[in-house]
Design a protein around this ligand. Sequence first.
Ligand SMILES: [Fe+2]
Ligand SMILES: [Fe+2]
Length: 268
Amino acid sequence: MDQPTMFKPYRAAADIDVLPSYFPIPGMGILPINAFLLKAAEPVLVDTGLVLLSDGYIEALSSVIDPADLRWLWLTHCDQDHVGSLHRLLKLAPQMRVVTTFIGVGKMSLFAPLPMDRVYLLNPGQSLSVGDRTLMAVKPPTYDAPETTGFLDTKSRAFFSADCFGALMSEPVENAADIRPEDLRDGMVTWATVDAPWLHLTDGIRFAQSLGRIRALEPKVILSAHLPAVHGSGDELLDHLAAVLAAEPFVGPDQPALEAMMAKMAAK
Ligand SMILES: [Fe+2]
Ligand SMILES: [Fe+2]
């Protein structure tokens, strides 16, 4: 795969569809970029994909719900891989309110104003009722933006973890159990060094406590923006994250490395 590509939606749990895409990173593999549809009594969309793939994203979403029926958009954070179709959706889904934080609204307003009557501010520790269930806002243990807020769906016990638990991969799959365990560990550790470089400065005991808070939620499904669905408690993912503190910090390719990469691609 050498282009960002939208894939067909797949089901991760009874009420949850994944809207997957993949983004190739030269020399490093592919990064999954997922949005989700939670078919609650008041339907919740989680994130809006890449701006590059907006047409494919709207098409994939429309295959699992009429966007006009959406009631909530849970924006995990405002990075470009999560807000790509936000303003199209505000038009397509007139009843939909955007769940984010004060910082999230501020950051989105730098790009285009978000109408305040379409916003719903929610902080980690607070909850949102979506008709047949409550969503509990949770700060994931790793993140790359201060507004990041994941959540636990208290009905399915799916934990939507934003960028946390992401991994670089070699090929698309719909279930993280289909990734070889050592590839999953290496891909997760590399991703975490890229996405949360501050982990190397973090106190190990306090970080272990933050991992323990996720374990205590007793999730049954882990839904990361950057990993295929994980069925189970995700204990092994927490162990992989604990290993990141001792991993080599990520340093990106420099100019000579970029030129070598481009020469190699041109020779293909
Ligand atoms: Fe991010
Ligand atoms: Fe992301």
